[in-house]
Design a protein around this ligand. Structure first.
Ligand SMILES: C[S@@+](CC[C@H](N)C(=O)[O-])C[C@H]1O[C@@H](n2cnc3c(N)ncnc32)[C@H](O)[C@@H]1O
Length: 204
């Protein structure tokens, strides 16, 4: 058992070793500034962003995002992906799409003003990222067809739930249930923060 001065010294030493979290990638900061400037509140969470960048780091070929928003998700994906991996993102709203196109003009992110389904002509993809709200509206099989074998689909904005079947708002969360029980995929629901989770589904 250490005496108090020794414990205090150890504590101080440990505290000295604690550093600030790493800075956000510059691309992400730019996209967040655009979100702030436009009052856009649907941007990906930073916790989700770190996960996106980490997953992107494992990807070759082309990564796609359905719904660019102000470019936050695309910025995280680009920040994590190898230089040779292409990142493409589609946004239906013309102002957002062209705003992000301008912002990323020199950044090796292909922004297209298009419906997400137009991404298919650039696929298949090694990773497809979209939010749960969009996934609930888009035909599921069309989303599945975007990824090749070994490719992953990443869906954010779920509300964490420990039960099975998963519940949201007092009802079965059918969207999450379907993605997690689709036998063509190996999948997991990752709670990235107390109030939000992300599904990662890898095509077998
Ligand atoms: C939750 S936000 C996306 C946030 C963004 N992925 C991020 O990481 O910050 C959803 C976006 O999808 C766009 N959207 C909705 N329907 C779409 C469609 N059919 N095709 C492409 N984009 C669409 C919306 O305009 C909105 O900007």
């Amino acid at each position: 058992m250490l005496d108090w001065p020794s414990r205090a010294r150890r504590l101080v030493t440990h505290t000295d070793q604690v550093s600030a979290p790493p800075d956000l990638p510059a691309l992400v900061v730019r996209a967040l500034r655009m979100s702030l400037h436009r009052g856009y509140v649907q941007a990906s969470r930073t916790e989700t962003g770190h996960l996106l960048a980490t997953l992107a780091a494992t990807r070759t070929g082309t990564i796609a995002e359905c719904g660019t928003g102000c470019g936050v998700g695309a910025a995280w994906l680009r920040s994590g992906a190898p230089k040779t991996t292409r990142v493409i993102t589609a946004e239906l709203d013309p102002e957002l799409a062209h705003g992000v196109m301008d912002m990323f003009a020199d950044d090796d992110i292909d922004v297209i003003h298009a419906d997400w389904s137009d991404l298919a002509e650039h696929g298949p993809f090694s990773l497809v990222f979209l939010d749960a709200g969009s996934a609930g509206q888009f035909p599921r099989e069309q989303i599945v067809d975007l990824v090749a074998e070994g490719g992953m689909i990443v869906l954010d904005d779920f509300v964490p739930c420990p039960s099975w079947p998963p519940l949201a708002g007092g009802r079965v969360d059918v969207l999450r249930q379907d993605w997690l029980s689709d036998e063509r995929f190996t999948s997991v629901d990752v709670m990235v923060a107390e109030d939000t989770s992300v599904i990662i589904a890898v095509r077998r």
